[in-house]
Design a protein around this ligand. Structure first.
Ligand code: HEC
Length: 155
């Protein structure tokens, strides 16, 4: 039956056109996001990525996932925020004139509520506005513990 064949052909043509159109859209409108490379969060002189295990290794993955490295180096370099290597156990001067020991409790607060205690020489509001989008996830106890363990591993 010629009519049916024509219809089949039409469906085929339309389907092909749609596929081409959709794949074109895919490459322009929805570009594949480039994940932050692990090398960017590997300290120049710290524990090499491959040697991190357990919680610290989990924390490193979260550090990448939550884009902490945009603002924090692990090499001592100041970016937007203070470098995080060598932080654990050190004494941190705050903008209110006091200082605090960087223990687990301080680090958790610094990550969860960045504006509660602001590091001297840095601005409040920057970190909180950026990580707000991940807040619920970061606030999960295991994620916080992992991030703290990772920071602790960065001597
Ligand atoms: C948009 C920039 C930005 C991002 C992203 C960011 N931070 Fe921060 N962070 C800052 C700034 C600025 C400060 C200093 C001001 C303050 O104390 O809040 C800071 C402070 C800190 C401190 C305290 C540092 C110290 O010397 O006592 C810790 C810990 C910290 N951030 C961890 C993180 C972690 C973990 C992430 C990812 C979940 C993250 N930050 C993401 C900007 C950022």
């Amino acid at each position: 039956m010629p009519v049916l064949r024509l219809r089949t052909l039409l469906v085929l043509v339309v389907a092909t056109a749609l596929t081409v159109l959709l794949s074109a859209c895919g490459s322009t409108i929805f570009p594949t996001p480039t994940p932050t490379a692990f090398s960017e969060v590997t300290p120049a002189s710290g524990t090499p990525t491959a040697q991190l295990t357990g919680l610290a290794a989990q924390g490193q993955q979260l550090f990448v996932k939550y884009q902490c490295a945009i603002c924090h180096s692990l090499t001592g370099q100041r970016i937007v925020g203070p470098p995080l290597n060598g932080l654990y156990g050190s004494t941190v001067p705050l903008t209110n004139g006091t200082s605090v020991k960087a223990d687990d409790a301080y680090l958790k607060l610094a990550i969860l509520e960045p504006d509660a205690q602001v590091v001297n020489g840095y601005q409040s509001g920057i970190m909180s506005s950026h990580i707000g989008q991940f807040e619920t996830e970061i606030a999960q106890a295991n994620n916080l513990d992992a991030l703290v363990a990772f920071i602790q591993s960065q001597k």
